[in-house]
Design a protein around this ligand. Structure first.
Ligand code: C5P
Length: 305
């Protein structure tokens, strides 16, 4: 899939972070993943990945709190470049430079966005001729959230989250996200959920009643009430301070308040710009968040710049 030509300075692709509007976690499968219904919503916090020709495969990262991002082959963007090179029969190396806005280890799929952007940028750099469907297949191999970072918008993921159907969603939504300096590991949060559910029968996941209607209505108030995340109790059990963060947003009248994905980022759906400012100030002044970002959704998926 090639829509632009590489320049001497390389090719840049941009991919969005996400919040989960609904995350319903079903039983643990034999392959170690949980069966999910995952309503993804792409937001305007984005990462840019620039791919430049090089002798081997390497990565550099810039952006606030980016120190924790791996610089080796465990980086998901590097894995994306290596997988694409292998499948497309490319012998060239590449240097990836990642400019991060999406919180690191925050439950907003920043690593997945980097992988999606790296796939697009390297595909264009190497002119592999792969289709968007081919790239989506590679994305699903890289991680459950990577296919969504390619498509963006609002979409329902099933299976382990990688099988996507676009959602009939109306409206634009404004978000405040509260960041925490201590990340939470996704597998550990899923493990904690399993522990909390020990001895309970877990049904197959389904979209919560009334959820799609709220999404179709374009009514932020209805959507705020419908937000749901089964991982929230597990994230709060591992990081109890998140309860207080959620509470501050509710006190200031957020339309919806929830942990994003596996956390520790907390996302607040807000009425308007003014309320976004109020909640942002309250979160930082009270110390309930280490940092705050404002964003809106939905936004498009990964694309070349
Ligand atoms: O697919 P991804 O690499 O993002 O998943 C990270 C981890 O999150 C998995 O190894 C698994 O522990 C957990 N996970 C899960 N069920 C899913 C998706 C992720 O248990 N559907």
């Amino acid at each position: 899939m090639t829509t632009s030509h590489p320049t001497a300075r390389g090719v840049t692709a941009r991919a969005p972070g996400k919040v989960n509007l609904a995350l319903v976690v079903g039983p643990l499968r034999d392959d170690g993943f949980h069966e999910l219904v995952n309503v993804f919503h792409a937001v305007s916090l984005v990462d840019d990945v620039t791919a430049t020709p090089a002798d081997d495969v390497s990565v550099s990262v810039e952006g606030v709190h980016s120190e924790g991002v791996p610089r080796d082959a465990t980086n998901l963007a590097v894995r994306a470049a290596l997988l694409l090179a292998e499948r497309a029969g490319v012998d060239d190396g590449v240097h990836l430079h990642i400019k991060k806005q999406i919180p690191v280890a925050g439950g907003m799929a920043g690593g997945s966005a980097d992988a999606a952007a790296a796939l697009l940028a390297c595909d264009a750099l190497w002119q592999t001729g792969m289709s968007r469907d081919d790239l989506a297949g590679l994305a699903a191999e890289l991680g459950s959230d990577v296919p969504f970072a390619l498509v963006g918008g609002t979409a329902v993921g099933t299976g382990r989250g990688e099988r996507l159907t676009p959602a009939l969603a109306r409206g634009e939504y404004e978000w405040v996200v509260a960041l925490s300096e201590t990340g939470l590991s996704t597998p550990v949060v899923y493990g904690e959920l399993d522990r909390l559910r020990t001895g309970r029968d877990v049904p197959a996941p389904t979209v919560p009643d009334g959820f799609m209607q709220a999404l179709r209505s374009g009514d932020a108030e209805a959507l705020g009430e419908a937000l749901e995340n089964d991982l929230q109790p597990a994230a709060c059990s591992l990081a109890p301070a998140l309860e207080r963060t959620l509470e501050v947003g509710r006190e200031y009248g957020a339309l919806g308040a929830m942990v994003s994905g596996s956390g520790p980022t907390v996302a607040f759906l807000v009425r308007d710009h003014e309320q976004a400012l109020d909640i942002s100030v309250a979160l930082t002044a009270s110390g309930a968040a280490d940092d705050v970002r404002r964003c809106r959704g939905p936004v498009p998926g990964a694309r070349l710049l």
